[in-house]
Design a protein around this ligand. Sequence first.
Ligand code: ADP
Ligand code: MG
Length: 699
Amino acid sequence: MNVEEIFASNVFTMGTMKERLSAEVYSEVADVIENGGELSKTTADVVATAMKEWAIEKGATHYTHWFQPLTGITAEKHDSFVTHPNSEGKMLMKFSGKELIKGEPDASSFPSGGLRSTFEARGYTAWDITSPVFIKETATGPTLCIPTAFCSYTGESLDKKTPLLRSMEALSKQALRIVKLFGHEDATKVTASVGAEQEYFIVDQAKALQREDLIFSGRTLYGAPAPKGQEMDDHYFGVIRERIGAFMHDVNIELWKLGVTSKTQHNEAAPAQHELAPIYESANVAVDHNQLVMETLKRVAGQHGLRCLLHEKPFEGINGSGKHDNWSIVTDTGINLLEPGVSPNENVQFLLVLACILKAVDTHADLLRQSAANVGNDHRLGGMEAPPAIISVFLGEQLEDVVKQLVETGQASNLIEGGALQTGVSTLPDFEKDATDRNRTSPFAFTGNKFEFRMVGSEDSIGSPNTILNAIVAESFCEAADRLEAADNFEMAVHDLVKEYLTKHQRIIFNGDGYSQEWVNEAARRGLPNIPSMVESVSALTTEKSIKLFEKFGIFTEAELESRAEILYEQYSKTINIEALTMIDMARKQIIPSVIEYTNMLADTIIKVKNAGANPTVTVKLLNSIEDKLAEMQKALDVLTEDENKAHAMKTGKEQAFVYRNEIVPAMEALRKPADELELMVSKDYWPFPTYADLIFEV
Ligand code: ADP
Ligand code: MG
């Protein structure tokens, strides 16, 4: 296989455009991609035709505007290139600039949180020229996919892409002000770069399809622990099994064709858990590519008789899955603002950037927490296996010490690792980056030249987390630039600003064990928010502070924020509703009948043993305990059924979501407990679906 040849073979790359478009058209396109703006109608037509020809050569018959509604996944509606035949019955395949640039899907069935009233159901999709067009090869045949933003007819965003693009623009604008202050006059654009590590589970498809819970909710709602879990640490980085290896091999090929730089693959901590990471790229493209990674994992798994579980917590008792969002800020001249520099001047800039980020994260910890909240992640965050639900920043020993010195004395003239100091600014040190990240429990860790936001859930889009990161940092850059641009003595002003920000916001820095109870107490003492669940996180979107931030930089309007909050509450309720109904169904139609069958067999045995003149003590004892458990389970089932009916009948919104969280979730746990205990008492031959041992260890 020639990887160089297949790489991006299904992408309408800049190179392909250069080959297929005239120099004039190409440069217009390149200019819009680089600097924004719109293509002229004639150019759009030329580009569309070139795209169509390229796609048809690759076997495509259809195109689709590919977008990311607030469901968290992607949406597509295919149109063929077929047009009306002429009088002789001859048909020509066509694709116009208008079709490329704008679509009008009937959008009434996508979540809009009240933004789009039902009488105006239309929304529109608009080509995002900054993310490359690609061909997706599925059983439907190759389809030309055009990444698009999705808005309501009145211009409100209904997707994850629009606010992300707006936030990238805001960050670029404000970061440019900062780098210009440090003499980087030649920079014209600053880009948020993102590399998302994706964790996932692989199980056998045939077994997964025997479990309603995996089918309907993507996670197991019942299941006693297998005799072995992840305690032996023998899976992490272990040898990749043949069946999984064959799957990974095909995933890589599919991703490479799509221009996704699939780079690392390994077994993760839990049995049946794996990870894939691509090379980082512009945040916008990274978000699109992460969606393609998730889609590809699922699709290729199916081809191998496997099932990919992207849920944050498919199995109780072993680690769940997350998505580490690696984020940095890079100028078009190649300077990474998160890279400690080689010259004193660069280091001052680095310290200022760092101080601004600490300020941003501390000020908007609630928003950052919210951006990583989804229903599945409630099982992970704070569960002592993934970052705690409290946002804090890990800087590493050396940097933390620099901050401490600056705060205490206004100077940092010592380096903890003892290197010689040479600095142009007497009060700020020159230092080497501390690349050793020894802390895996931090939700937001500095790892040498980027921050790693580790809270994001495995199934979630990385759109929101990066939108929030860009927005909050744009705000603190803006405030810093306002002050510094007006300062008489720049050097003094930077120094004061860094000291002030660090002093004010040092409470957000935490280097210790994020899983410990001491940290929970300490964080409370520091006044850091501890937001334990998704429903509790939603209100962060609509605080005065948040509305001010998003409106200032044109990222969300207040109406858009309110609609998003509403959608999140609704999503929470709907998800828990499905889970509860699935549990009820499995209990009624599978678990209880199977247990009764087993008790029936035991009862027969008891009679037979007695007739034979013996004393069936063991069987009687077993039968009694099973009957007791079964009664307990039936009781819990009745409670859940009744509560679920009540919750479901409520008006949708915040109040309902809280009822699901505070009443239904505990009622589900109460039903699961006796069911899992029964699993351990009943013969395996009678248990109605594959167990944890079958699923996790036999792939
Ligand atoms: P680890 O598991 O040790 O964190 P991985 O190699 O699995 O490392 O993932 C690291 C991710 O961070 C990759 O996607 C990588 O491309 C990305 N990354 C590296 N440098 C940067 C950077 N400057 N900005 C954003 N992402 C980066
Ligand atoms: Mg990794």
